[in-house]
Design a protein around this ligand. Sequence first.
Ligand code: TMP
Length: 257
Amino acid sequence: MATSRRRQIYEGKAKILFEGPEPGTLIQYFKDDATAFNAQKRGTITGKGVLNNRISEYLMTKLNEIGVPTHFVRRLNMREQLIREVEIIPIEVVVRNIAAGSLSKRLGIEEGTPLPRSIVEYYYKNDKLGDPMVSEEHITAFGWATTQDIDDILQLSLRVNDFLSGLFLGIGIKLVDFKLEFGRLYTNDEMRIVLADEISPDNCRLWDARTNEKMDKDRFRQDLGKVEEAYQEVARRLGILPEGVAPADFKGPRTMQ
Ligand code: TMP
């Protein structure tokens, strides 16, 4: 594979990070691997890496345009994008608009219930502990982020939610909830908090606005079938996957540059 000549920096469950072409950059490679329930469930979603690379490129570019700083620089090929190297803040930020998933389970709120307002939750990014939910108190007391960092993160997360909710509604999709990660970008003597990781059906809940059909990784988590088709449909509605493109065109390393 074209990727083997570069130095690997990190391998996660869905992505690999390689050394970038110049200092301060990395290459983010999107795999087809899928995991759920803290990797107790494992599988492959054929073509997922190609689609998530495209979907995340599209959404991060749009967010950049409205002034949300992100780590994204440019897409390099089918499965890779160039990103700025950031220091990842070990917090997963979940924004919810409609009850689903762990919120429904924990608080006994029926899935699909619109929330009175958007709710932001924080989870400590630690696989060994199963990403436990934490409060701002834990985050600042243990030094994972400062109060100022959290203010920035909250403000950015709500802007992302407003913008993406509208964008998805425009293509007939409800943005139920999603998970974001942020990083510290150091330039000269300055530090800025920027959006990192990816935004894709792997870390968003996306429901068809008319039928409430799930169009995201819950199809894999809950064995609902038609997983690949759901990711393709999101890409198609975003205008990224041209109509009539056969799924076969999105398979495997043959398509890599
Ligand atoms: P949850 O309802 O399981 O807490 O998930 C909330 C949102 O966060 C949902 O859109 C899926 C996403 N998510 C991740 O991206 N990674 C994770 O590890 C988990 C648990 C959720």
